[in-house]
Design a protein around this ligand. Structure first.
Ligand SMILES: [Zn+2]
Length: 147
């Protein structure tokens, strides 16, 4: 059995189309999985709210940039042409909006250390879903607003 052929077949199923032989097409999913594991350990399992408040926005921006670069590089390599750089126009604003939304709607509890994602789609959570404490914004201030 040809392991290489099987692996490529699996990736073709994943992406729904034939992929080229460039190593990036095998690297990207592995790199992405690694980022997901690191993010999960640091920001979902971790209990240090101050650490999360400092590093979560940076991590989100890093992930957004990494996604944009990988997706664009993938397109350029697949098309074997720099025309693929046009995909930046689609990927970059998309990643920017998702990152902004994620940072805006995620808070960290100082009392229990939980990561709290908003249940309301567009506004940040006010209280911790685990312990009920009032949550601070990313700058350590309060999110008091008039509804
Ligand atoms: Zn809490």
């Amino acid at each position: 059995m040809d392991i290489d052929k099987i692996e490529r077949g699996w990736l073709e199923v994943l992406y729904g189309k034939a992929i080229s032989d460039d190593p990036i097409f095998l690297f990207a999913p592995v790199l992405w999985l690694g980022l997901m594991v690191v993010n999960y350990l640091l920001f979902d399992r971790g209990r240090d709210a101050a650490f999360k408040r400092k590093w979560f926005p940076r991590s989100v921006v890093f992930n957004g940039v990494a996604f944009t670069l990988m997706a664009t590089a993938g397109t350029v390599l697949e098309q074997r042409s720099l025309d693929g750089l046009w995909m930046l126009i689609i990927f970059a604003p998309g990643a920017f909006m998702v990152s902004l939304h994620l940072i805006h709607t995620t808070r960290f509890c100082d009392y229990c250390g939980s990561t709290v994602n908003s249940t309301d789609r567009f506004s940040p959570p006010r209280t911790c879903q685990s312990c009920g404490a009032i949550l601070k914004d990313h700058f350590g201030g309060s999110d008091d607003r008039v509804d």
